[in-house]
Write a protein that binds this ligand. Structure first.
Ligand code: NG6
Ligand code: CA
Length: 503
């Protein structure tokens, strides 16, 4: 009797074990917006623009008020997100040109690689901006590698750099999509290449004029950073980009619905050039920047619909955040300044993208995992550099000693079980100035450079003197109280030094 039922009992146990396992290992959808500010979403207090889809995710999940990208610009934030190491420890990780070589060493532990080891199918769709190819840059007309597939992704569909940098083509896995070999792509970030018009020489050909920089090769009526020729059949259409990327994300989810998956949806929105689809044009009343926020919100809604339709909502952790803070005029005359109205992209914070002030790195951060992540808001101190270590714990992976050393396990804060989070957070600004937040205090180390970035009109937070702000009483960093609190300055200077000297 006993023996007859033993196999059944065993398989039931195995099945129960697998089910428990599957529950603990959710799918992970990381939606990483570009240049989205702390005040750009209605769930973060925006009143002039409405983001119902993102707000719904926030209502069903946990909305963080003190979460940080590691850097106030894109490339270093993404480097840290994917490697669990501060980008400022490695030279050459500033804003990357479009022909940069792959910045992440292929032998490093990475977020996707760790999840791959945990049995996940891993995909990246959207803006990359971490370089591609070997030293000297990629072979655009051949196999473009190493790239995401060599650092832990099973699938990639990319804008190689940014929307405003050439080459303006999609790269799927190792190849440019739709490339005609008789019209090879050529890219140059030094001298002009080919005979195509530039914004500088032929501004009459532009559908949107540049305001600073961005005056080189014209692609789809928009002049870009860098020169490009060829690849005519492969060029993207900016107005279709959000739909193309969202379609690829949904396809990836569909294909992998029966497996555990991780998808890093790195949106182009709301970076410049802001060229949303015609169905969003004029809808925000704030010009293309506001319309791009509506488009971003729509894309989030479409991905959520896919999860619902496939019955995956409850077993999927959704994370929505941004790579750095907001900027209004970032190089094109897109009416962003003129039509801002009363909207405050940084919310109550000071500064913006590029800045050492908090709007540079304090960004929206929302986590949803029904039944597993507490519903509400959290003031826990969070850094995106911790996703690697935290998701490693979630998925039962070990991160070796000496690997991803800046990444701490803050899983309990992510799940809403720990209201405190990290002990301190490090912020990195454009000019390499570092700041540190600990408790109520924010210390900005002395830094050189202009107080205001002229073209974007951003307060950079540079000051040759140490700065100390009490974020509890002065979230907007208006009153430097370093002089009155020398012991706090000394403590935070010393902690920052210790972190800098780490690996
Ligand atoms: C700056 C560009 C800006 C943007 C930024 C990178 C000029 C004048 N400005 O150098 O438009 O591309 O780099 O943005 O070229 S990020 O979000 O990818 O870091
Ligand atoms: Ca960015």
């Amino acid at each position: 009797m006993k023996n007859r039922f033993l196999p059944l009992v065993c398989s039931l146990l195995v099945f129960a074990g697998l089910a428990a396992h599957a529950q603990q290992k959710p799918n992970i959808v990381l939606i990483y917006a570009d240049d989205l500010g702390y005040g750009d979403l209605s769930c973060y207090g925006a009143t002039k623009v409405k983001t119902p889809n993102i707000d719904r995710v926030a209502t069903e999940g946990l909305r963080f008020t003190n979460a940080h990208a590691t850097s106030a610009t894109c490339t270093p934030s993404r480097y840290s997100l994917l490697t669990g190491q501060y980008a400022w420890r490695k030279t050459g990780t500033g804003i990357a040109p479009g022909d940069a070589a792959l910045l992440i060493p292929t032998n490093r532990v990475t977020l996707p690689g760790m999840l791959q080891r945990a049995g996940y199918q891993t995909g990246v769709v959207g803006k990359w901006h971490l370089g591609l190819g070997p030293k000297g840059g990629p072979d655009w007309n051949g196999d473009i590698k190493p790239g995401p597939l060599e650092i832990g992704f099973n699938y990639s569909f990319l804008l190689p750099a940014t929307g405003d940098r050439v080459p303006c083509v999609y790269v799927e896995n190792h190849r440019i999509v739709g490339l005609n070999p008789s019209d090879p792509v050529q890219v140059s970030y030094k001298d002009p290449i080919g005979t195509e018009p530039t914004g500088k020489a032929n501004p009459e050909l532009l559908k949107m004029m540049y305001s600073h920089g961005h005056d080189q090769t014209i692609i789809n009526g928009v002049s870009r950073i860098g020169y490009m020729s060829g690849g005519k059949s492969a060029r993207w259409v900016d107005e279709e980009m959000a739909d193309v990327l969202t379609g690829k994300v949904n396809q990836f989810i569909e294909t992998n619905q029966k497996k555990s998956f991780f998808v890093y949806f790195s949106t182009h929105d709301i970076h410049v050039p802001r060229m949303p689809h015609s169905r969003f044009v004029g809808k925000s009343g704030m010009g293309p920047r506001g319309d791009a926020i509506l488009q971003l919100d729509y894309c989030v809604g479409e991905v959520m619909k896919t999860l619902d339709r496939l019955g995956l909502k409850d077993q999927t952790m959704v994370i929505i955040s941004s790579d750095n803070g907001p900027v209004v005029d970032d190089g094109y005359q897109d009416e962003a300044v003129a039509k801002l109205g009363g909207h405050t992209p940084a919310g109550p914070l000071r500064g913006g993208k590029y800045s050492a002030f908090d709007a540079g790195t304090r960004v929206p951060f929302i986590v949803r995992w029904p039944g597993k992540v507490t519903v509400g808001t959290s003031d826990a101190l969070l850094s995106q550099v911790d996703l690697l270590a935290s998701l490693a714990v979630l998925t039962g992976q070990k991160v070796g000693a000496g690997e991803a050393t800046d990444s701490f396990n803050t899983l309990n804060a992510l799940l809403g079980k720990d209201p405190k989070g990290r002990d301190y957070v490090i912020e990195h600004a454009l000019n390499n100035t570092l700041s540190i937040i600990k408790g109520n205090w924010k210390y900005i180390e002395p830094g050189q450079g202009p107080a205001v970035q002229k073209n974007t009109n951003t307060e950079l937070g540079n000051n040759p003197q140490p700065q100390l702000y009490n974020l509890k009483t002065d979230l907007g960093e208006t009153k430097n109280v370093a002089g009155q609190n020398p012991h706090v300055v000394a403590e935070l200077t010393s902690l920052l030094k210790t972190v800098k000297e780490g690996k």
